[in-house]
Design a protein around this ligand. Sequence first.
Ligand code: NAG
Ligand code: NAG
Ligand code: NAG
Ligand code: NAG
Ligand code: NAG
Ligand code: NAG
Ligand code: NAG
Ligand code: NAG
Ligand code: NAG
Length: 409
Amino acid sequence: MRATSLILVSLAVIATVNAGGVCTDPNATGASLSACYCNAGYYGTSTDITAAGSCQKCPAGTNSQAASASGTTQSSCNLCFDSNATAKSDGSICGCNAGYYGTAKQTSTDTTNSCKTCPPGTNSALQTAISTQANACTLCFDTNATAKSDGSICGCNAGYYGTAKQTSTDTTNSCKTCPPGTNSALQTAISTQANACTLCFDSNATAKSDGSICGCNAGYYGTAKQTSTDTTNSCKTCPPGTNSALQTAISTQANACTLCFDSNATAKSDGSICGCNAGYYGTAKQTSTDTTNSCQKCPNNSSSVQANAANTIAVCSICLDPTHATNNNSSSAPSCSCTDPNAQFSTGATPACQCKANFYGNPSTTATSTCTACNSGQTAPAGSTTNVCTSSLVLIPLISLLFSLAIIF
Ligand SMILES: *[C@@H]1O[C@H](CO)[C@@H](O)[C@H](O)[C@H]1NC(C)=O
Ligand SMILES: *[C@@H]1O[C@H](CO)[C@@H](O)[C@H](O)[C@H]1NC(C)=O
Ligand SMILES: *[C@@H]1O[C@H](CO)[C@@H](O)[C@H](O)[C@H]1NC(C)=O
Ligand SMILES: *[C@@H]1O[C@H](CO)[C@@H](O)[C@H](O)[C@H]1NC(C)=O
Ligand SMILES: *[C@@H]1O[C@H](CO)[C@@H](O)[C@H](O)[C@H]1NC(C)=O
Ligand SMILES: *[C@@H]1O[C@H](CO)[C@@H](O)[C@H](O)[C@H]1NC(C)=O
Ligand SMILES: *[C@@H]1O[C@H](CO)[C@@H](O)[C@H](O)[C@H]1NC(C)=O
Ligand SMILES: *[C@@H]1O[C@H](CO)[C@@H](O)[C@H](O)[C@H]1NC(C)=O
Ligand SMILES: *[C@@H]1O[C@H](CO)[C@@H](O)[C@H](O)[C@H]1NC(C)=O
C-alpha cells in the first residue's frame, strides 16, 4: 500500500513535467524538472514547479545572468545596461554611479538615457533611486562651495572667492576666504575675477576693484567694519567742513578727513577741523554746496593766522602795522585803522601807518596825533616824515598879486 502510493505520486510528478515540456515557465530554461533556471534578464527561484516560483522580469535598467546552478534570487538583477551605473543591493534599480547624473540606460539598446559625468567641480553620490532631477550633481569637491540648484556648477560660498576645487585632488583651485572687511555673495557662476569680494560689511565702505579691501567712502574715515558683527570698527562721518577721499588702503590715521570743502581752508593734521587759511576769516564751507559759509579774504591792512582750533576764525585780528593800528573786531568786516587820526595806511606789500598828505612826522600809537600839519597854504605828500611842506606854485603868484593890489590901494 505504501509502496504503491509512492510509485503513483512519482508517476504523477513525472507526468506533470512531461506534460509541460522541459520547463513550465517560459522564462526559464532547463534540461530536467530539477534544473529549470531563470533566463538572463529574469529573476526568481530555480525550482520552477509553482506559479509563485516563476521567473520575474528584472526591473527596468537592471539585468541578470542566466542562472545555472542554484538559481537566481530576487537580488540577482545586479547587472546594469549602463556601464556607469550600479545595481541597488536589492536589484530593484540601476542608479548612476557617484560622479554621474541622469537616468541609467534602461535597455542594452537605449539611446535616450545614460549616466552623464557631473560638470567640473561638482559631484554626486551613487543613485539609490532614479533621479527626477535633470542634474543631481549637488555635491562639491570643495567644502567651501555649494552646488547651484541645477547642479551645473559648484560656486564658492558667500565670504569666499576664487574657483572651487574641480576634483577631489585639485591642489590648484580652491575657494579662499575674503580679506578682512570684505565679503562676497554665493557664486552662481564660476568667477573669472581674481577676487570677487566686492561686498563690504560696512555700508559706508566700498570694496577696492580688486576686492582686496573695503575702504571707507569719501566723507568718512576710520576702519571699515571687519565682520558683520564688528562693534569696534566702523566708517565714521568726517567732522563738519572736512572731507575725505575714498580709502584705497586701510587708513592707519585716526582721522583721515584732510580734505576741505572750502578751498581757502586747510584741515588740521588730525583731520578734526577745516579752518580758514591765514589771511582769511569766517567759517569754512561745511558742505560742497554750502552757500552760507565760506572763508573770506581779510580786508586790506589786516590778516589772520591759520585757524587751527575751530572751523571759524571770527576776525582778521592781525593789523599789518600792529604798533600804529587797531582792529574794530567786527565779525562782519573786520578792519584795521591807524590810531593816529592824521595817519593812514600806505599802499604796498606790507602796509604801514604813515602821516596823511599835508602832514609830516611819525604817526603816534595813540589817538593823540604826532603828525604835524603843514603851514597854511603848504602841501606835503602822504608819508612825509620831515617838514617838506612847500607853498603851492599856483597860489604864490596869486597871493603876491593880492599883496601888490593891497599896497597900491
Ligand atoms: C515571463 O515573462 C513575461 C515578461 O517578460 C511575463 O509577462 C510572464 O508572465 C512571465 N511568465 C511567467 C510564467 O511567469
Ligand atoms: C561612462 O562614462 C564615461 C566617462 O566617464 C564615458 O566615456 C562612457 O561613454 C560612459 N558609458 C556609457 C555607457 O555611457
Ligand atoms: C574652507 O575654508 C576654511 C576657512 O574658512 C579653510 O580652513 C578650509 O581649509 C577651506 N576648505 C578647503 C577645502 O579649502
Ligand atoms: C553710515 O553712515 C551714516 C551716516 O552718514 C550712519 O547713520 C550709519 O549708521 C553708518 N552705517 C554704519 C553701518 O555704520
Ligand atoms: C577763496 O578766496 C579767493 C580770494 O582770495 C576767492 O576768489 C575764492 O572764491 C575763494 N574760494 C571759495 C571757495 O570761497
Ligand atoms: C586793497 O589793496 C589792493 C592792492 O593792494 C587794492 O587794489 C584794493 O583796492 C584795496 N582795497 C581796498 C578796499 O582798499
Ligand atoms: C579788538 O580785540 C582786541 C582783543 O580782544 C582788543 O585788545 C582790542 O582793544 C579790540 N579793539 C577794538 C577796537 O575794540
Ligand atoms: C569795521 O570796519 C569796517 C571797514 O571800515 C566797516 O565796514 C565796519 O562797519 C566796521 N565795523 C564796526 C563794528 O565798526
Ligand atoms: C588799507 O590801506 C590803504 C592805504 O594804504 C587804503 O587805501 C585802504 O582803504 C585800506 N583798506 C581798508 C580796508 O581799510
